[in-house]
Design a protein around this ligand. Structure first.
Ligand code: GLU
Length: 299
């Protein structure tokens, strides 16, 4: 049984890069006769753009990317994240951290665990971030469906990371892990920019005694200067009036050229043809063990 998902954050409409992520996860699911779910990752309210969630769903529909079942909204899942955090806390696996931004800047992204042994009296009243321990973690391994065998030493490369933010919002890493388990996701197909999130999610899933899905990280789309297409870099929203062209373009980027007989066919038909012709090999990124997934430049 295959259950895949596309999990956009509603920080703006889909652009070519995020459409490409949706298309690859959709094709992998449909090619394996799987279920394809959509989860709206709308828990980071400061970054959310009003109306973006509905725009994304309409864009998916216009492009023939029809999902199964109801959309899961993370903003309605806060009690489940709180429960997971309570469980981790009861097991002594998370701790409050009140290190200043200045101190964290000096650490250059790898937290040194300073607050791990500090007992903060009255810690429930003072806003602080909560970090999960990685000093207890073994090396994290997985065999990526596109990038081959991967291994990360969490404590050396990432350190104890935040699961509950100082502003009271649950972090992406916790929410995504809890929901992948809740929705019984078996296959996570997503952009290679999230490759280094995977060891964190595997670590949390293990601590929460939840099964891990298979992961496949696809190449990311970049602009001509090699930078990832992103909302932050003002990648333009895809034009709903050119759905067929947008889908054909995504398919072309992965080497799938629909036959001339399907010229002018609706996006859903192009996707159906592509699912029948999909093969994971088209997205494999070179020699096994390679850590950085390939990128594809688009103009
Ligand atoms: N919400 C994340 C994003 O839009 C993706 C999360 C995921 O696929 O795990 O970048």
């Amino acid at each position: 049984m295959y259950v895949g998902r596309f999990a956009p954050s509603p920080t703006g409409p889909l652009h070519l890069g995020s459409l490409f992520a949706a298309v690859t996860s959709y094709l992998d699911a449909r090619a394996h006769h799987g279920t394809w779910l959509v989860r709206m990752e709308d828990i980071d309210s400061p970054r959310e753009v009003p109306g973006a969630a509905d725009t994304i769903l309409t864009q998916l529909e216009t492009h023939g990317l029809n999902w199964d079942g109801p959309v899961l909204y993370q903003s309605r899942r806060i009690p489940a994240y709180r429960e997971a955090w309570h469980q981790l806390r009861a097991d002594g696996l998370v701790y409050p951290c009140n290190c200043s931004r200045k101190r964290l800047r000096h650490l250059e992204g790898i937290y040194d665990g300073r607050c791990r042994t500090k007992t903060a009296p009255g810690q429930d009243d003072i806003p602080c971030a909560w970090r999960v321990r990685t000093d207890i973690a073994d090396r994290v391994h997985w065999n990526d469906l596109f990038c081959g065998p991967q291994q990360f030493d969490l404590k050396q490369t990432i350190g104890d990371f935040i699961v509950l933010r100082k502003d009271g919002l649950f972090a992406y890493q916790l929410a995504v892990s809890v929901d992948d388990a809740f929705q019984s996701i078996t296959h996570v197909i997503r952009g290679g920019d999230l490759l280094d999130s995977t060891p964190r999610q595997l670590h949390l899933l293990q601590l929460l005694s939840s099964p891990a899905p298979r992961y496949g990280h696809t190449p990311i789309l970049t602009d001509s200067s090699g930078l990832k297409l992103s909302k932050q870099r003002f990648a333009p929203a895809i034009n709903p009036a050119s759905a067929q062209d947008n889908i054909t373009r995504c398919l072309g980027l992965i080497g799938l050229t629909p036959p001339t007989s399907s010229l002018g066919a609706p996006a859903s038909e192009l996707l159906q043809w592509a699912a029948e012709n999909w093969h994971r090999n088209v997205l494999k990124t070179g020699e096994s063990g390679k850590k950085t997934p390939a990128s594809i430049a688009v103009d």
